[in-house]
Design a binder for this molecule. Structure first.
Ligand SMILES: Nc1ncnc2c1ncn2[C@@H]1O[C@H](COP(=O)(O)OP(=O)(O)OP(=O)(O)O)[C@@H](O)[C@H]1O
Length: 806
């Protein structure tokens, strides 16, 4: 019994198969690539283990991969792929192959199913092929072409497993379980794994030698440096013993005799005769065709990175990348070079920029570690784990193959970390990567647009993280502005106006550039022709605060006080900058201050009471809007407030948070008719000492609240108390509609039924299939149950019913 075990696949199998069949069917060619890629991994593992434990090599001399097509009575035919790699013990067979889906797949499936608006289960459009490679095991791919699979494996001999035995994993495409048993043939493999695919009727083309050769050439010829052989039959012509019973020399004689003598020069004639005679002798024996078995090497090409880049086609780079890094999508760009590290190691390398970031990159960008620098020494794979500091975090998505000429083959983690060449490798990769990106930015607008969309934020993160390469990374970053869709900081500076000594920006995360362009904060800048960076990503503010200045020019948040255009004149007696004619402005300021003093005094009291701002001033930034709330230099802009409150930092630094939140100023636009109107009404209020007009004051206070709260919202902040705000808006609306301000709204509602004393019958049963769970049947059942329980539907007030009907 121990020797034959049956195991169940995990529960997601049926769903997974359905999705895979519907989505991957037209891509099913990749099954072979997946098998070869796993075979290569197994051979690499074997070779690495052999460095410390030479015994693992016993059993089979060669390290290779073989493919054999068998057309026989069984099923449509069998395709057998064998490797002499590390092999699997029965436990490994169970653990590695007994799962069709990988971790996190259940979640993915639910998401995939709920997002499948077409309902046909083909989710490639919605999710891209990359999702599948991360969620679907190679076995699941195999079932696209095979009805059944048998994986026989004999693990390598180790000190822990000195007498391994050959086991078989066997499963049908539609089965929910798999079997593992001792191979009745014995230890036939010597070492390694043999995968037998019993092909489906519509997959017999995979038995064709040419099809297999083409597939390997297309997807896998560069994915392994171990030889891949295909069992082939060659037609040979051999002497047909039976047909050649007559002695050959007699035939020769008669033919020679029959040759007519030519009437030419004696010597020449003789020579001709001899040639003719010999040819005739050769042709004469009877031959027959026979089929000879032989192994054809499919991947004898020089590895791609060793070739002259001029001789490698784009398609070759793409297939090499896809096979090596197991990416369904093509790379976006690459650079292929050779060099000398300076420490005496010459090397060749290819750096690839993938077309997307891993889905989880942004979940924890500062913790991920690169696993995709494939280090080789003289064509032999050494490791793809160069430790945490192999690359800075921002660049850990880059995919690299590097082949060094003279490093010790037996490298441990420690030797690797201390090796001079590997210490230099980080710098080499980054320099080349940044050169590649800069070149694409200059020369290939279309490609660059994609790269920017995918990696734009990564470059900002890089500029913050990687001080050494900061300038180069900043050069890759683009921002939208009020004047154009995209600009670099260099381009911004080219457009800088005379006297302007700051790079203007406005940040409000989550808002589109279009929305930001209409912000109160840039009204005047825009009207005057100044360019303002419009930053809508949370990282932007982090980027600006870390980079601090570009080519000696600092940044100015235009949502803060202290905004200067650069062409003003400082009027020290007034402590302000004059924009045009100082004398004229001086006079105008004095008039305005005097004119608006009553309003400013009145408003100042209001905003301080509400905690909305610490002061009120006459604005020189507003053109159309009536007012705005502007953060002080030491205060928080709306964007920073959002950033900090979402990061919980305010809990740890409560005092600072409370202080900084208050550092705001209400700016009023003296040219706005609304402000003028408010001033008029304030002036009409009874003076101090006279009988107060309580009603008029209350109404004005309401107007002021709406004005200040409106300014907060317009400036990106949230209102102090949104319930109060909307109650107030409600009241003002009623007033303007002539509806009673005090008439109450009918608030009668149907109460919840009494507490249900019974637990649901299936409380302890496993989760039902989500499709069933969300099905119509179940919902209507719940509705009926409510009815049967006699919920007081009749008690719904008549008014309420009418309202619902309305
Ligand atoms: N030929 C083989 N020899 C030894 N082990 C194998 C072989 N094929 C598969 N395996 C084992 O089965 C596991 C599952 O393979 P599968 O292709 O589903 O996932 P993976 O290779 O781990 O992931 P990915 O293909 O995304 O890199 C492998 O990790 C490996 O341990």
């Amino acid at each position: 019994q121990e020797e034959h075990q049956k195991h169940a696949y995990q529960s997601d199998v049926a769903r997974l198969r359905k999705i895979v069949i519907n989505s991957l069917y037209s891509h099913r060619d990749v099954f072979l690539r997946e098998i070869i890629s796993n075979a290569n991994d197994a051979l690499e593992k074997l070779r690495l283990s052999s460095l410390t434990e030479p015994d693992v090599l016993t059993g089979a001399e060669q390290m290779n991969i073989t493919i054999k097509a068998v057309k026989d009575g069984e099923s449509a035919g069998r395709l057998i792929i064998t490797d002499t790699g590390i092999g699997m013990t029965p436990e490994e067979l169970k653990n590695n192959l007994g799962t069709l889906a990988k971790s996190g797949t259940s979640e993915f499936l639910s998401r995939a199913e709920s997002d499948d608006s077409s309902g046909n289960g083909n989710l490639i459009g919605a999710f891209g092929l990359g999702f599948y490679s991360r969620h679907v095991s190679f076995l699941c791919n195999i079932f696209l072409v095979a009805d059944r699979v048998e994986v026989a494996s004999l693990a390598a001999r180790t000190s822990k497993n000195p007498a391994p035995a050959q086991y078989v994993f066997s499963s049908g495409a539609d089965e929910n379980s798999f079997d593992i048993y001792v191979d009745p043939r014995g230890n036939t493999l010597g070492r390694g794994t043999e995968i037998t695919l019993f092909l489906k009727g519509d997959a017999v083309n995979y038995l064709n030698e040419q099809t297999i050769t083409d597939l390997v050439n297309k997807h896998s010829s560069f994915s392994t440096t171990f030889p891949i052989y295909l069992a082939s039959k060659r037609t040979e012509f051999v002497l047909d013993e039976e047909a050649n019973e007559e002695p050959a020399h007699e035939e020769k004689k008669s033919q020679v005799e029959e040759t007519p003598k030519a009437d030419v020069d004696e010597d020449e004639a003789v020579i001709e005769d001899v040639i003719e005679k010999e040819e005739k002798v050769k042709k004469s024996p009877k031959t027959k065709q026979i089929q000879v078995d032989e192994w054809l090497r499919l991947n004898s090409q020089t590895p791609i990175w060793m070739r002259d880049p001029k001789t490698v086609s784009d398609e070759e780079y793409e297939t090499f990348y896809q096979a090596t890094f197991k990416d369904y999508e093509k790379p976006r760009a690459w650079t292929h070079f050779q060099g000398d590290s300076g420490s005496g190691v010459s090397f060749r390398a290819i750096i690839f920029v993938p077309s997307r970031l891993d889905d989880d990159y942004w979940q924890n960008p500062l913790q991920s570690v690169t696993k995709d620098i494939r280090l080789m020494v003289k064509r032999v794979f050494i490791t793809s784990d160069l430790g945490e500091d192999a690359l800075p975090k921002w660049a850990n998505w880059v995919k690299v193959v590097v082949d060094a000429e003279d490093l010790p083959l037996n490298v441990s983690r420690e030797t690797l970390q201390n090796n001079a060449f590997l210490k230099q490798l980080r710098g080499i990769i980054l320099r080349r990567l940044l050169q590649l990106l800069a070149r694409l930015q200059e020369e290939d607008a279309e490609k660059w647009a994609h790269i920017e969309e995918t990696f734009g934020n990564v470059f900002k993160l890089g500029a913050v993280e990687d001080r050494k390469n900061r300038d180069k990374l900043v050069n890759l970053v683009r921002f939208a502005t009020n004047q154009r869709n995209s600009t670099s900081l260099d381009q911004y500076l080219e457009n800088k106006k005379q006297g302007q000594d700051k790079i203007f920006y406005l940040a409000d995360m989550g808002k589109s550039a279009h929305e930001l362009a209409g912000s109160v904060f840039i009204e005047k800048l825009h009207a005057r022709g100044y360019e303002v960076l419009l930053l809508s990503d949370p990282l932007d503010e982090v980027f600006i605060t870390n980079v601090r200045r570009w080519k000696t020019i600092g940044f100015q948040d235009v949502a803060k006080t202290g905004l200067k255009f650069g062409d003003e004149v400082w009027l020290s007696n007034l402590m302000l900058y004059a924009e045009t004619d100082p004398e004229e402005e001086k006079a105008e300021r004095a008039t305005l201050t005097e004119k608006f003093e009553p309003l400013i005094d009145w408003l100042r009291k209001e905003v301080r009471e509400k905690g909305a701002a610490r002061d009120v001033i006459i604005s020189n930034r507003l053109v159309i809007s009536s007012c705005a709330i502007v953060a002080d230099e030491s205060g928080y802009t709306a964007n920073l407030e959002k950033l900090i409150s979402s990061s919980h930092a305010q809990v740890n630094h409560k005092h600072m948070w409370d202080f900084a939140k208050k550092q705001k100023v209400l700016e009023i636009n003296p040219r706005s008719p609304l402000i003028e109107g408010l001033l008029r009404r304030i002036k009409q209020l009874p003076a101090e000492g006279e009988e107060p007009d309580v009603e008029a004051e209350a109404e004005l206070r309401e107007v002021a609240t709406v004005l200040v709260d409106g300014a907060l919202v317009r400036s990106g902040f949230s209102v102090t108390d949104s319930n109060d705000f909307f109650t107030l808006v409600d009241r003002i609306l009623r007033r303007s509609l002539g509806v009673s301000e005090t008439a109450p709204t009918d608030t009668t509602v149907k109460p919840a039924p009494p507490v249900d004393p019974e637990l649901p019958a299936n409380a302890n049963e496993p989760e039902p299939d989500p499709i069933v769970k969300s099905g119509r049947g179940k919902i209507s059942w719940e509705v009926e149950e409510v009815d049967e329980l006699g919920n007081p539907i009749k008690q719904v007030p008549v008014e309420m019913k009418k309202h619902d009907e309305l």
